[in-house]
Design a protein around this ligand. Structure first.
Ligand SMILES: NC(=O)C1=CN([C@@H]2O[C@H](COP(=O)(O)OP(=O)(O)OC[C@H]3O[C@@H](n4cnc5c(N)ncnc54)[C@H](O)[C@@H]3O)[C@@H](O)[C@H]2O)C=CC1
Ligand SMILES: CC(C)CC(=O)C(=O)O
Ligand SMILES: [Mg+2]
Length: 370
């Protein structure tokens, strides 16, 4: 298979984690005989420095000419003083909107060998396998008006607005996913206070009629935040609006032991997608070779599965990650006293590549004998 991938490392740890992810992509491409052409572009602070804007037209063009996008992370203290249109985060919001990537899938799966890395009790997180389906192009991050008002800019405004159709398409994604999984959908809102949430509930109830096999529950976001820590096993698919999904997914990352473990896919109706870790640019550890590259590497697996339909290739990456963790290797964020061998970003990526190569060699030997 021949595919073109736009690679946007961004800022902070973005470049470090992307380097390893591309090596993993190459290893899996070599194994299965795929031609993955990658071309680098700029987004976020790196784009501000080079082009004066966080999402330059050159980057949009590159993505338009590509089959999928891999993105590292954006943002950092260097650009925090800039007006909001020029902030790195604006580049990320803009690329999501530009490509209509309204459905953000954030899977949260507990790895057996990382149960001790979670701050939650082992029995609580064991076997957790849930997906947060986050609406990504509407809500508070995009609503207008947004900014300062009043004679002296003494009023700050952000607007939470949703159209029915925006809710319906993301809710449908949630139902479709739940139908293929454990058939349970939790819709998270704040319907006791917000009008957008009351409409969200109405839409969920309407769409639910088309999916009688899926059990539906409505949950207020404050309770959902608590239950994610108290009874995470009760969840299968959670569907929610933009900001609630943003916050709940960082919280849920602790089930896996680290924010550095969660990948994501930002999708629309066709196969095009943008794949990025859930975490940000981690300025506190950037440039130190300490970042966990696994969320980025697992995002590559999501790209292979969702944009290219390469299920087996995606599974081989996930298996290699699991094998490396089973062998006891940990980046600093996952290390619990006395357990495992601490490695840096490059070494962790290299271990995954070596695992893939070893699995490839083993499968070739087996194929020769079968
Ligand atoms: N998708 C994106 O590009 C996102 C960008 N940001 C931006 O990133 C910048 C930093 O934001 P923060 O609030 O610090 O959030 P962050 O997610 O960058 O970091 C939060 C904490 O998690 C740690 N961490 C994150 N990823 C890690 C990894 N792969 N390995 C090991 N540790 C990791 C960091 O060291 C830090 O202690 C800000 O400019 C923010 O706006 C924040 C979230 C998402
Ligand atoms: C940096 C923000 C624009 C988004 C964010 O935190 C996220 O998508 O997880
Ligand atoms: Mg976030």
């Amino acid at each position: 298979m021949k595919k073109k991938i736009a690679v946007l490392p961004g800022d902070g740890i973005g470049q470090e984690i992307m380097d390893g992810a591309l090596e993993v992509l190459k290893a899996v491409g070599d194994w299965f005989g795929h031609d993955f052409e990658v071309e680098k572009g700029y987004i976020g602070g790196a784009a501000v420095d080079r082009f004066g804007t966080p999402l330059p037209p050159e980057t949009v063009k590159l993505c338009r000419e590509s089959d999928a996008v891999l993105l590292g992370a954006v943002g950092g203290p260097k650009w925090e003083h800039l007006p909001k249109e020029q902030r790195p985060e604006k580049g990320l919001l803009a690329i999501r909107k530009e490509f209509n990537l309204f459905a953000n899938l954030r899977p949260v799966k507990a790895f057996e060998s990382l149960l001790n890395a979670s701050p939650l009790k082992k029995e609580m997180v064991e076997d957790v396998d849930l997906v947060i389906v986050r609406e990504l192009t509407g809500g508070l991050y995009f609503g207008q008006p947004s900014g300062r008002q009043g004679k002296h800019d003494e009023v700050a405004v952000d607007t939470l607005v949703y159209e029915r159709s925006e809710i319906e398409r993301i809710v449908r994604k949630g139902f479709e996913l739940a139908k293929k999984r454990k058939k349970k959908l939790t819709s998270v809102d704040k319907a006791n206070v917000l009008e957008t949430s009351r409409m969200w509930r109405e839409v969920v109830n309407e769409v639910a009629v088309e999916y009688p096999e899926v059990e539906v529950e409505h949950m207020l976001v404050d309770v959902a935040a608590m239950k994610l820590m108290y009874q995470p096993k009760q969840f299968d698919v959670l569907v929610t609006e933009n900001m609630f999904g943003d916050i709940l997914s960082d919280e849920a990352s602790m089930i896996t032991g680290s924010l550095g473990m969660l990948p994501s896919a930002s999708l629309r109706e066709d196969s095009f997608g943008l794949y990025e870790p859930v975490h940000g640019s981690a300025p506190d550890i950037a440039g130190k070779g300490k970042a966990n590259p696994l969320a980025m590497i697992l995002s590559v697996a999501m790209m292979l599965r969702h944009s290219f339909g390469l299920k087996e290739e995606a599974e081989m990456i996930e298996l290699a990650v699991q094998e490396v963790l089973n062998a006891g290797y940990r980046t600093g964020d996952l290390w619990t006293m006395g357990r495992g061998t601490v490695v840096g970003t490059g070494a962790m990526s290299q271990l995954v590549v070596e695992r893939l190569e070893a699995d490839h060699a083993l499968s070739s030997i087996l194929a020769a004998y079968l």
